[in-house]
Design a protein around this ligand. Structure first.
Ligand SMILES: Cc1cc2nc3c(=O)[nH]c(=O)nc-3n(C[C@H](O)[C@H](O)[C@H](O)COP(=O)(O)OP(=O)(O)OC[C@H]3O[C@@H](n4cnc5c(N)ncnc54)[C@H](O)[C@@H]3O)c2cc1C
Length: 432
């Protein structure tokens, strides 16, 4: 098994049960350390448990109930956002928070407490979870919420799957009148321009910027700023299945500064790129889902993602320094994303977001050279009171993790002793 970054391929004892009862007996049976896994869209090792057991939940994808009047539902945790949207969008509902791919499960969204383009307004996914059903390896089933088993709820939302098997998720939805969004795309001249436009876009619920991370000097941080809000008209058509096929595995030599510069120039200057228009939620929220397995484009050695958040007021200069470092190394990526995060507190003790700026950069794995660059970026984040996102991480040191996530001891205290992951063993040095 490997994760989305495809950095390792390691043996696991895998089960993929079709029913909750089967899954429950796997969890309760003794054996090697166990971990649940959704659709494996985490980039690093939070969804890996090498030489241990993995319970893959994607067949556990049934609704338990759906209240279309109130916009509330309870579904098994293996349900994907993709499948959920196919049912709720035609009925005028959407998820309050969605990450940049719909190919994740509800359980994975809870365990990483994912965020979306509306973090400033809506907070994280976990902020909209009303209750969770958790099975511990003792066989005990618990209902968790802010009022019931509250500490375990806080350790489970963003708890990286370590507190037990999330059986079901109860969620509140948001009403939509259209499946389309009114959007506006603006050019960004440099990093200061990004902060100016982001500040001026506070009344747009969805915002994100793509940055040309190979640009230097006065162009540092140039890119495109995308903002959107739900449209009032346009129908409630659900997304289609991807039309583009399976991406090829590209040879490593194709991934160099020249090809990336060419890609960035094409992206920045793409026809009809700028200005206002109405578009369906699928290309707006999930542009990368158009090409299945795009992660293979980074070649057989896989790729890393650095996603950090740095709080204000250090954020602006820190983002500049990180982009300068990246551009100077010429190791930049196709996909560099910059976004502000808001101050809505996350319900989870280990949740990633904090008020500030988040920067996400992909790097093809070029061995030691790439790891040194990632370390330099991490040092910059650490020095400015920020942290790295576990869902994307494959290299963070224990010191970096402990500094960014003082709540880790709470999760460790609530960790189900039968559960462990490669990530947790790496960052806590624990025997998980
Ligand atoms: C193209 C792309 C765009 C993305 N954009 C964003 C974004 O905008 N914002 C963001 O926050 N993230 C983003 N991500 C990351 C992704 O949303 C998270 O990694 C998400 O958690 C993956 O869900 P999954 O179902 O694939 O879970 P996996 O990756 O399989 O597992 C993630 C974690 O959830 C745990 N888990 C899964 N199911 C259960 C369960 N039933 N019980 C207990 N634990 C469980 C696992 O143990 C693991 O710790 C993106 C990823 C991709 C590939």
């Amino acid at each position: 098994m490997s994760s989305w970054g495809r950095l390792t391929r390691l043996p696991h004892e895998v089960t993929r049960p079709p029913f909750l009862d089967d899954a429950s007996s796997v969890i309760a049976s003794p054996g090697k350390p166990i971990l649940c896994r959704g659709l494996g869209r985490s980039y690093g090792d939070v969804c890996l448990n090498a030489d241990g057991r993995l319970l893959v939940t994607d067949r556990l994808d049934r609704f338990q109930w759906l209240d279309l009047q109130a916009g509330r539902l309870r579904a098994e945790a293996g349900m994907s956002i993709d499948r959920l949207l196919r049912v709720i969008v035609p009925r005028g509902w959407f998820l309050p928070v969605t990450p940049g791919t719909k190919l994740v499960t509800l359980g994975g969204a809870v365990a990483n407490d994912v965020h979306g383009k509306n973090h400033e307004l809506a907070g994280t996914f976990g902020a909209h979870v009303e209750r969770l059903g958790l099975l511990r390896s003792t066989g005990e089933t618990l209902t968790l919420s802010r009022d019931q088993n509250a500490e375990l709820f806080a350790a489970t939302v963003g708890g990286l799957g370590l507190t037990g098997f999330i059986q079901w998720v109860e969620l509140k939805l948001v009403p939509i009148r259209s499946a389309r969004l009114d959007t506006d795309t603006l050019p960004i001249k440099d990093v200061d321009d990004f902060f100016r436009i982001a500040e001026a876009s506070r009344d747009w619920p969805f915002t994100v910027a793509w940055v040309d991370c190979l640009a230097k000097g006065s162009d540092l941080g140039r890119g495109l700023f995308m903002r959107g809000r739900w449209a009032e008209t346009g129908g409630l058509a659900v997304h289609r299945s991807p039309r583009l096929g399976f991406a090829p595995e590209l040879p490593g030599f194709l991934l160099n500064a020249v090809t990336m510069r060419a890609f960035n120039a094409l992206y920045r200057n793409r026809p009809h790129g700028l200005g206002t228009r109405t578009q369906h939620y699928d290309p707006f929220f999930y542009p990368l889902d158009a090409l299945s397995s795009w992660n293979r484009l980074y070649g057989r050695h896989g790729f890393y993602q650095h996603q950090s958040v740095v709080p204000f007021p250090a954020a602006r200069d820190s983002v500049k320094r990180m982009l300068e470092t990246t551009a100077a190394q010429g190791q930049g990526s196709f996909l560099a994303v910059l976004k502000l995060m808001g101050d809505t507190p996350s319900p989870g003790v280990l949740s990633f977001p904090m008020e500030g700026a988040t920067l996400a950069l992909d790097f093809p794995n070029k061995g030691e050279r790439t790891r040194r660059l990632l370390d330099t970026l991490s040092d910059e984040v650490l020095a400015n009171g920020g942290r790295l996102y576990p869902a994307k991480d494959a290299v963070m040191s224990p010191a970096m993790f402990r500094a960014g996530y003082p709540g880790w001891r709470t999760v460790e205290a609530w960790r189900d002793p039968a559960f462990g992951s490669d990530f947790w063993r790496r960052v806590t040095g624990d025997a998980a």
